[in-house]
Design a protein around this ligand. Structure first.
Ligand SMILES: Cc1cc2nc3c(=O)[nH]c(=O)nc-3n(C[C@H](O)[C@H](O)[C@H](O)COP(=O)(O)O)c2cc1C
Length: 251
């Protein structure tokens, strides 16, 4: 296995996969490693739905806005915040669960994301490529129907997984100093923001992105094209309804 820090520092999202399958044993090994992630109170408030069947992937694809990774990756994993299993255990053991609230959703969502990311690192350490699909929370209601998720279960992340068929350049990150605060949060002055984002803004790929999208600044590509207020509000409405329907928000 490659040096652990190399795995972390060299990683990049992979969106193209070779057709080779991932064996059951390897997948189980990755998920077992993922499940060693820290978990609130050792409650393991998550479930993972494995999709390998091509017809099922075809059903899922539109919910992920037809991102091609869903059909092309040999394995698609949907990580769910899950209080259903734990609640059932409590009720069978004469314990009344009090987990029908927003805090409990956050707790389970954090647990699910920790498993997802730990599994992703394990996969990358084995030479596999992964891509998160943020579309999961946009179309959670459709994914719930499609995967038969009961009350108490909400999908929070999808990961496509496969053997890499591309070797893209690593994308940039802000300097680590940009995200670190010593002891208390030191708010960013305009000058500091200018200096922290300058390199990102001046990259050739960023300048190209601004031009292609007919925008004045890179920030406008985010606010006006990629992650728009209207979309955010629309999908927030859907997600709030999902949390209500799945029993995490009460009237
Ligand atoms: C929660 C989350 C959702 C994401 N959703 C998508 C997605 O829907 N489609 C996609 O191509 N990449 C998606 N990504 C991958 C990011 O675009 C990628 O991590 C980011 O551009 C940084 O690139 P890197 O992972 O290669 O460093 C997502 C990543 C995260 C963490």
């Amino acid at each position: 296995m490659a040096d652990f820090f190399d795995v972390l520092l060299r990683r990049k999202t992979i969106r193209k996969y070779r057709p080779e399958a991932i064996s059951d044993n390897l997948l189980k090994e990755l998920l077992t490693a993922g499940c060693r992630a820290s978990t609130t109170g050792n409650m393991q408030l998550y479930s993972i739905v494995i999709t390998r069947d091509q017809d099922r992937k075809k059903t899922l694809a539109p919910f992920h806005f037809n991102q091609k990774m869903v059909l092309e990756a040999p394995v698609v994993l949907t990580f769910c915040a899950d209080f259903n299993r734990f609640n059932k255990w409590c009720r069978l053991r004469n314990a009344e669960p009090g987990y029908d609230n927003f805090l409990s959703f956050m707790t389970a969502a954090i647990d699910a994301l920790l498993v997802a990311q730990t599994m992703c690192i394990a996969a990358e350490a084995k030479g596999l490529g992964i891509c998160y699909l943020g579309t999961t929370t946009y179309n959670a209601h459709k994914i719930i129907d499609s995967l038969s998720l009961p009350k108490g279960v909400v999908p929070v992340a999808t990961v496509s997984l496969g053997w890499p068929a591309e070797d893209p350049a690593q994308v940039d990150r802000l300097l680590v100093e940009a995200v670190i605060h010593q002891e208390t949060y030191e708010d960013y002055s305009d000058e500091i923001i200018d200096s922290l984002y300058r390199d990102k803004e001046m990259r050739d790929d960023s300048l190209q992105f601004v031009k292609e999208n007919n925008k004045e600044t890179l920030a406008q590509v985010f606010t006006d094209v990629r992650y728009k207020k209207n979309d955010n509000e629309f999908f927030s409405g859907i997600l709030l309804k999902v949390l209500h329907d799945q029993g995490f928000i009460n009237d």
